[in-house]
Write a protein that binds this ligand. Structure first.
Ligand SMILES: Nc1ncnc2c1ncn2[C@@H]1O[C@H](COP(=O)(O)OP(=O)(O)O)[C@@H](O)[C@H]1O
Ligand SMILES: [Mg+2]
Length: 262
């Protein structure tokens, strides 16, 4: 497999226009590198700009200033190399599971026989090989989310962007899906940038946790999670790190304010 370049945010700031004519600063001066094969979790309260950062990395939004690079290539549109898995799965209801997984390959012009084989291989990898000809509405939420992960992996992205992918999944399936994702990540050594507001999820999954302040989103602190995988959710080190993160997020929250500017 080819070397993957990782992703780099270079002084990224994003202002959105509002109906009152003021500009709302959603993200402020974020500089962040995710190395090839690294799993980084962005953690912060709702509205702190996590999805905005991912949308910029995915090429769906342009930064107001700064830039995002995969290797030496600046991301300017959704075709640049990062693929996003969304919380609401983003599946086409009229397509079968296999046709959904084939979609990205079809857009890229991969011939039918090859895209079928790749889709089936990715579905096997996420344990859904037997459901290839089913439709999304016949599956549970957890299974649908696995389809959307298979679809993202099928195009062999340089970077996998995940925006609260398990936010709509119940607690038991959520833990199971975190374990599956970790297994897939260990097997494929993907570069992953994963957004969550669930501190435990971040500690379970991440090599490094990036804590953000409430709006405008800035990086408050970065923490390497060094204990071995798979991590034990009830362990002392897990609990100690959770306490430290919650305290940092609380402090960041009390020091922050929402900024508007002309
Ligand atoms: N398209 C948009 N237009 C205007 N404001 C937006 C838009 N997208 C996000 N925002 C604002 O930017 C801030 C960050 O939003 P978002 O990135 O969705 O936060 P998070 O994902 O951390 O919950 C919020 O205040 C939100 O209202
Ligand atoms: Mg969001």
């Amino acid at each position: 497999m080819s070397a993957r370049p990782g992703i780099r945010f270079d002084s990224v700031t994003k202002l959105f226009g509002t109906s009152s004519g003021q500009a709302h600063r959603a993200v402020h001066d974020v500089t962040l590198s995710v190395a090839d094969g690294e799993f980084v979790c962005l953690v912060g309260p709702s509205g702190c700009g996590k999805s905005t950062l991912l949308a910029i990395a995915g090429g769906f939004e342009q930064p107001t200033s700064g830039r995002v690079l995969i290797g030496e290539t600046e991301i300017t549109d959704p075709g640049t190399g990062a693929v996003t898995v969304f919380q609401d799965y983003g599946l086409f209801p009229w397509r079968t599971v296999r046709d959904n997984v084939e979609y990205g390959l079809q857009v890229r012009g991969v011939p039918p026989a090859e895209r079928r084989a790749r889709a089936l291989a990715e579905l096997d990898a996420v344990g859904l090989g037997a459901f290839a000809e089913w439709h999304p509405h016949e599956l549970s939420g957890g299974m649908r989310q696995r389809v959307s992960i298979a679809r993202a992996l099928a195009v062999d992205p340089a970077v996998l962007l995940m925006d609260e992918p398990f936010g709509a999944v119940d607690a038991i399936n959520r833990a199971r899906m975190q374990e599956e994702l970790e297994r897939l990540w260990c097997e494929h050594e993907r570069t992953v940038l994963f957004v969550t507001h669930d501190v435990d999820e971040a500690i379970y999954l991440a090599d490094r946790i990036v804590l953000m302040t409430p709006g405008p989103g800035r990086i408050a602190e970065q923490i390497d999670v060094t204990f071995s995988r798979p991590r034990v959710r009830g362990s002392g080190e897990f609990f100690a790190l959770r306490s430290r993160i919650l305290e940092t997020l609380h402090l960041a929250g009390t020091e922050s304010r929402t900024e508007f500017e002309i």
